[in-house]
Design a protein around this ligand. Structure first.
Ligand code: ASP
Length: 327
């Protein structure tokens, strides 16, 4: 039997079986990754991925996603895309049909429409219910963080307030605190029987982000990187930090030096301690042989894995790294 492997973050959970089945039948890593992530994007219970994910400061959902193939290092990504349910599939089309890697906002929407994706503003009934529950949970949390009333009233819609808000309270500090508790992204990495490797990432981004803010997920090298020779890595957490570290690329570079997935992810994440800021990150990584690990500076995470040798999807604990100089 030829070897294959797939791993995914906590929210990929049971959906990993769909990718597992594709790989078991000799399907491609890119098909497996896309199929699993589409399910997560459609899951109404997932409040940080897909169309019913966290909205931005204006109450609008803007999605980010990327996909990368290990043998060619071909990649596609979309950022800040509205009105589409499957940003991962649009990212795949950017990779397959355009000479570009990253399309943003209106341009990404225009591309999606042109190649036949249907825009939607329609959440299913169940999704509407869950969306409102999530907003209420979010509101509670915002109350706890003593958010200025103007934000709750979405005064950020008006330009004149934006400047005043930035000057009058610690927007950066508030946002960092919010992002530590209120975040999530799906990462899936797959190795198929031909030896091809693919990594994919999708998110609605951090809750209440500034309109137009792109996180690490659509930035190749930051939230996603894949090189068939060595392995792949993908990230969850405060995207700004993964961008500043070039984290996914860094972890794959450590793999290329012969480190195990666990050591490579640990060493990559350790860089966070040098940034003199707080924040939560998780790195999921797979080497070229399909060995996986996940490392985070938050203690409560886990991930899922299936391989040709152990095809049942199993839950694994994320390795908790205590950062030297933890803030
Ligand atoms: N990394 C994502 C971002 O920064 C969100 C997250 O994982 O919480 O947009």
């Amino acid at each position: 039997m030829k070897h294959w492997a797939i791993c995914g973050t906590r929210n990929a959970g049971k959906y990993l079986e769909i990718g597992r089945n594709i790989l078991e039948e000799g399907g491609s890593a890119v098909d497996a990754v896309e199929a699993v992530i589409k399910e997560v994007e459609d899951n109404p219970l997932d409040w940080s991925v897909g169309y019913n994910g966290f909205p931005n400061l204006l109450g609008e959902v803007e999605l980010d996603a990327s996909i990368m193939i290990g043998s060619t290092r071909a990649a596609g990504a979309v950022a800040g895309i509205k009105h589409y349910r499957h940003p991962i599939s649009i990212a795949r089309k950017v990779m397959e049909l355009t000479p570009h890697v990253l399309l943003v906002g209106e341009g990404a929407e225009r591309f999606a429409q042109a190649i036949g994706f249907s825009p939607t503003d329609q959440l299913y009934d169940e999704e509407v219910k869950i969306y409102h529950q999530n907003i209420m949970k979010g509101k509670k949390m915002l109350d706890g963080l003593k958010v200025p009333q103007e934000i709750e009233q979405l005064a950020w819609r008006y330009d004149k307030y934006i400047k005043e808000q930035l000057a009058s309270f610690d927007y950066r500090g508030w946002y960092l605190k919010l992002s530590e508790e209120y975040h999530g992204t799906v990462n899936v990495i797959a190795l198929d029987t031909s030896g091809e490797l693919c990594s994919g990432v999708s998110t609605s981004g951090l809750a209440l982000k500034f309109p137009g803010r792109a996180g690490d997920s659509p930035v190749i090298g930051a939230g996603n990187y894949c090189d068939r020779r060595y392995g792949a890595a993908a990230c969850v957490g405060t995207g700004e930090l993964a961008i500043r570290l070039g984290l996914a690329r860094l972890v794959v570079a450590y793999l290329s030096m012969g480190m195990s997935p666990l050591d490579a992810a640990r060493k990559g994440l350790q860089e966070l301690s040098l940034l003199e800021t707080s924040g939560v990150l998780q790195v999921l990584t797979m080497d070229a042989r399909g060995q996986c690990a996940a490392v985070s500076n938050s203690s409560t995470l886990h991930y899922y894995v299936a391989t040709s040798e152990e095809p049942m999807v199993v839950k694994k604990e994320t390795y908790h790294v205590k950062l030297i100089n933890d803030h």
